[in-house]
Design a protein around this ligand. Sequence first.
Ligand code: NAD
Ligand code: MN
Length: 353
Amino acid sequence: SRVLRIGLIPGDGIGKEVIPAGRRILEALPASLGLKFEFVDLKAGFETFEQTGAALPDKTVEVLKTECDGALFGAVSSPTTPRAGYSSPIVGLRKKLDLYANVRPVKSVGSKNPIDMVIVRENTEDLYVKEEKTYEGPNGKVAEAIKRISERASTRIATMAGEIALRRQKIRESGAPSIHKGPLVTITHKSNVLSQTDGLFRQASKAALAAEKFKSVAVEEQIVDSMVYKLFRQPEAYDVIVAPNLYGDILSDGAAALVGSLGLVPSANVGDGFAMGEPCHGSAPDIMGQNIANPIATLRSAAVMLEFLNEEKAAAMIYAAVDANLEEGKLLSPDLGGKATTEEVVADILKRL
Ligand code: NAD
Ligand code: MN
């Protein structure tokens, strides 16, 4: 049997309530899958910063790099006023582990508006290189930022989007019900205005998706603003979306709004041979400690992580158990209009596994 070593990084707030749920669902997978898990508890976040002076201790990075196959990351609180020495652990982890893709599946269950898409966001460059400067111009203060797009990063993210589209198609062909007829990748850009940066993203993405192995994948492109319009009017039209960092960030929060609660939407940060599941929500200080956080985003994040560790069968079982809970709609957390506690939702989903 295969042993997967998973780093658990609860972080702050409800991260501490939902990450244990992620651990439990992995432990509850049937033995017939031939999978065993070992867990390592790791620290990061604002509380860690207050205790140790580092929001992302070197040890956390080192253990993930040298010992782990994957990780589950909860959420971290950021200081409300800037604090010297604090920088976001999640951004640091993406950089230090070269987790170059942020993959966010957005799916509705049992609603009138069918949504089933995956947003594949480039995670390492674009405006997020954070090379900014402010200077005194002839008419007052001016601030500038670098938007960096490389052919290499664009090619590898578009290739990943194509691979995800093929994998989704394979799952459909195995009989899973789907609103999509065939694999489709939509390339997001604004190259009508940013002809060089977004122009390169567009051209490199198209070239990557023109590869022989993607010949069954339909490829479309769309300017980001009209994409937002269509995303809200006709979300069922999207299968896999590939986008540069900033557009992907914005599109994916918008898409999350379409399915009703942040507590439902998972993600994974993916690099070569490593995947870190991460619910899309934050540390939710307004509901922490009350045992009412929705654990589903984290359970689904564990599934996304497993997909990228090539354990698709295990992932499919988690997705199905979660969908069954939502379809029945009897044990739902308060963000979905229910009365169930975190504990009760987890127990119901484990029962269905
Ligand atoms: P948030 O996602 O924590 O909360 C937004 C709203 O959604 C809140 O009302 C919250 O109660 C609700 N919510 C979120 N997750 C939920 C869940 N699982 N179940 C039920 N309800 C849920 O965003 P925020 O309030 O803007 O930020 C709170 C803190 O989290 C801040 O310090 C912020 O910087 C941080 N944050 C961290 C991450 C991350 O770690 N990736 C992401 C976003 C925000
Ligand atoms: Mn964001």
